[in-house]
Design a protein around this ligand. Structure first.
Ligand SMILES: [Mg+2]
Length: 311
């Protein structure tokens, strides 16, 4: 898709605003940085989703965050005044189960992930191991004892793990030496924005270490993975991806994901990306079609189009 510089949705002409609102049936929306950031709700965000819903748009929340359970996310969205059904929420652990089932995977999985992520896999019947959770003495003997084991691991999974350690990565590296061991990545976020100007090292950076060390192609379950896009489109019977609008606050995850899948993309500046960062972006795959200060701009957009319709 040829890309011009992204346009602010409220700076489009009235005709373009109307055409934009008519141009999609499905909304795939990120959550963190779009609906809320940590404990702070994006002002008027819920009204924007309600306006989209009233206009007949089907809304699905697509997050890279598997640390919060689906029910936990439904509850948190409720606190942001949004009543959402569990089936409207997708995170990488669910995509992973879908993927493993689709390839009829049967084997032991080594996981570096949160307890919530592992629970989703266990509930789907998969057998997991993790660790080591052992403090290594400063000797190679002790290190090797804890990273080198002979368990028949057939897949290594990495997502956000608050207890990530070098020894876990080293153990994963050993498993990945086996040619038939799959390498599966959940969230790809290299940095996790957790507040104004504060970004933590994200799972994507740890995954990159393993990509480099193993020389293996990884399959990505979260955004911007194609597996996720295919799964969502199948689930929602999307035959024309250009009639999907992907809304998100991250260029490398949300916008890139949307572009890979042929969706329209809208960046909101309420989360992990500033206007200066958007202007400085040079990678064509990371440039959205549109941007907005926040999802709340949809309220004004619908009002503009409604007013215009009276003339
Ligand atoms: Mg986000």
């Amino acid at each position: 898709m040829a890309h011009n510089r992204p346009q602010h949705i409220l700076e489009l002409s009235s005709e373009q605003q109307r055409r934009f609102l008519d141009s999609f049936d499905h909304v795939y929306s990120d959550i963190d940085g779009v609906v809320y950031s940590m404990e702070t709700n994006v002002p008027n965000g819920s009204q924007a989703y309600k306006a989209l819903e009233s206009a007949g748009k089907q809304i699905t929340f697509v997050t890279n965050n598997s640390v919060r359970t689906v029910n936990g996310t439904v509850k948190r969205l409720g606190q942001a005044n949004l009543q959402v059904q569990p089936h409207q929420i997708w995170h990488p652990a669910q995509t992973l189960v879908y993927y493993l089932q689709s390839i009829k995977f049967d084997g032991l999985i080594y996981t570096m992930a949160s307890p919530q992520f592992k629970t989703v896999l266990r509930n789907a019947g998969y057998q997991l191991i993790d660790g080591p959770n052992h403090f290594i003495e400063d000797t190679y003997e002790d290190l090797l004892l804890h990273i080198f084991d002979k368990q028949p691991v057939k897949a290594v999974v990495i997502d956000l793990d608050f207890n990530m350690t070098a020894t876990k990565l080293l153990r994963a590296q050993f498993y990945l030496r086996q040619p038939d061991c799959l390498f599966l990545i959940g969230a790809t976020d290299r940095l996790l924005p957790i507040g104004k100007g504060i970004k933590l090292i994200g799972p994507g950076n740890f995954a990159s270490i393993l990509v480099e060390a193993s020389g293996k192609e990884a399959t990505v379950m979260g955004k911007p993975g194609r597996v996720l896009g295919d799964m969502l489109n199948r689930k929602h019977n999307v035959s024309d991806p250009s009639r999907v609008l992907m809304i998100g606050d991250m260029l490398a995850q949300d916008v890139h994901f949307g572009q890979l899948c042929g969706f329209q993309t809208l960046l909101v500046l309420s989360g992990g990306c500033t206007l200066d960062q958007l202007h400085a972006e040079t990678c064509p795959q990371h440039l959205p079609n549109y941007y907005a200060d926040s999802v709340a701009d949809f309220i004004q957009l619908f009002a503009n189009v409604a007013t215009k319709a009276h003339f």
